[in-house]
Write a protein that binds this ligand. Structure first.
Ligand code: SF4
Length: 334
């Protein structure tokens, strides 16, 4: 589900902009049935919006459990509705991930409650203190193709957080929700989320999925996204008015993005993607790691510093013995 009961500034799923929207349980089960023929996942994570707002959340979790598509099932929550959750909910999941945001109603009581339930049903409870968010969205398209490509190439999300939504498979959640954000800001466009994903119902899903994941071209949604290189920003809740307010367009891209980090990560990810295509990832990863270390200077610097020390030591020793020899010579002549 896309909507949420909080209005976090720079929410990574754009939830404050998403209207009441629920994934139909039968559609979800049908989607999972198709996916289980192709995917075997380590984790299946329910995110939102706020997943616990869905009254059928337990049925959703059990559908995934039955399919055996993933080894572990995680539910990610902001914790606000924790006291309303039944024992079945805690029994059904494997890991409960609580993002504790400052300025919300979630306090120590909620955390203690979750921990008690975790202990009772032997489930893992993870607490993430989220004071800092990353800038992630802009209503203005990126200033150049090069920046767009670098934002995409440096994006860590597309490497690990793929999303399934209404019969489509996406590299990230942005395509699904970007339209809501743009509409809230009064921008009318022809952006079609489906263009950024692939249908799981069309034939040859496996082959299409592989080529989709290896594609190096940015998504249409990347045009308005800062990926994972946006500058840090203090977390807070937005007012309703802020949802529709347009940020002033006077900033340069370097004011909202860590440029050096973006370039470096983009270079690294590009290499990585290309190497994955050749299937030599383990070997090349190691090589890249060494190359990266050398480029960042720490290894190279230490290497030269050590040699410089040896040379200087040797030079001083030579100089000392020369002076001594000269003195001795003078003394001998004298
Ligand atoms: S829209 Fe593009 S840059 Fe943003 S999270 Fe998705 S892949 Fe990354």
């Amino acid at each position: 589900m896309g909507h949420c009961n909080l209005r976090c500034l720079e929410c990574s799923h754009l939830s404050p902009y998403v209207p009441h929207e629920i994934y139909d349980l039968n559609d979800f089960i049908a989607d999972i049935k198709v996916l289980e023929q192709t995917l075997q996942l380590q984790y299946f994570k329910f995110v939102g919006g706020e997943p616990t707002l869905n009254r059928q959340i337990v049925d959703f979790i059990l559908a995934v459990r039955q399919s055996q598509i993933a080894q572990k099932i995680i539910v990610s929550t902001n914790g606000v509705t924790l006291f309303n959750m039944s024992d079945e909910f805690f029994k059904a999941l494997d890991i409960l991930e609580i993002s504790a945001y400052p300025g919300t109603l979630v306090g120590q009581k909620h955390i203690e409650f979750a921990k008690e339930k975790g202990a009772e049903f032997q489930k893992e409870i993870l607490i993430h203190d989220k004071h800092i968010f990353r800038r992630t969205q802009t209503p203005y398209p990126h200033p150049s193709e090069q920046i767009l490509q670098q934002i995409y190439d440096s994006c860590a999300i597309l490497q690990k957080n793929n999303v399934i939504h209404h019969g489509y498979y996406y590299k990230c959640s942005r395509p699904i929700f970007t339209n809501y954000y743009l509409q809230a800001k009064g921008i009318q466009g022809t952006y079609l989320p489906e263009k950024d994903g692939i249908s799981i119902y069309q034939p040859h899903f496996r082959d299409r999925l592989i080529s989709y994941l290896q594609r190096g071209k940015p998504l249409a949604a990347c045009q308005y996204c800062l990926g994972t290189v946006g500058k840090s920003i203090e977390h807070r809740q937005m007012t309703k008015e802020e949802l529709h307010a347009m940020p002033a367009h006077f900033y340069k891209i370097s004011q909202i993005v860590y440029m050096n980090q973006m370039r470096k990560l983009a270079r690294y990810q590009r290499w990585n993607r290309n190497l994955q295509r050749f299937g030599m990832i383990a070997f090349w990863k190691k090589l890249l790691w060494i190359f990266n270390k050398l480029c960042t200077g720490s290894y190279l610097f230490k290497f030269f510093l050590k040699r410089l020390k040896i040379c200087l030591n040797f030079a001083f020793q030579r100089l000392g013995s020369l002076i001594l020899a000269r003195k001795e010579k003078k003394w001998l002549i004298g």
